[in-house]
Design a protein around this ligand. Sequence first.
Ligand SMILES: [Zn+2]
Length: 204
Amino acid sequence: MLISKQNRSYISPSFSADEGSGFILKVTEILFSSDKRVKIVVEMPDPDRFTTKEAPHIPRILFRLLPHLRRHRCDNDYGFSFRQECACTEIPHLFEHLIIELQNQVQKSGPLKGETHWDWHRDPKGRFHVWVEYDNELLVLGAIRVAERFINLLDAHALDNLNVQEEIANLKRLARIGYELYKVSDKLLAGNSQNELSVSEQFL
Ligand SMILES: [Zn+2]
């Protein structure tokens, strides 16, 4: 985990404490960059409850549902394994690893990296900036939404509403569509006839 100051400027939607009721983490902005990284702005509505120390059940259940998370590499101040680090880490950092893991469950695209930053001298308390690498735009977009949902359902102990296998199956369908769209846009850029361009129905 890194702490850094960023010089980029951008506009984020305003966020009030009222909007935060009912969830521990909310994605408020998703920005794709040209270097196959996506930046996610995350708000933690309760700034006194933003680490796994205050919500230890979240990583505990998550590691049970997705055991491969234990094998994630994590650069942190004390050289902890990711699992050790999760005893007390910022929940958006766990969210970062979860997005990477969900992509990894769907599509083997080599190791993906991520970083989590915050600077509450500049930003409102509770705002985090998460960067994650991706290979498939639609897949990472789906993974971000699924990860957000997982974290909030786990926090609410709403496990009945959480079907990991079903969510991963849906992400696989999304990844195939993303791959097909990528091929279509490649053809468009190559100037091929529009008649040849169609998203195969078998993937929809
Ligand atoms: Zn990490």
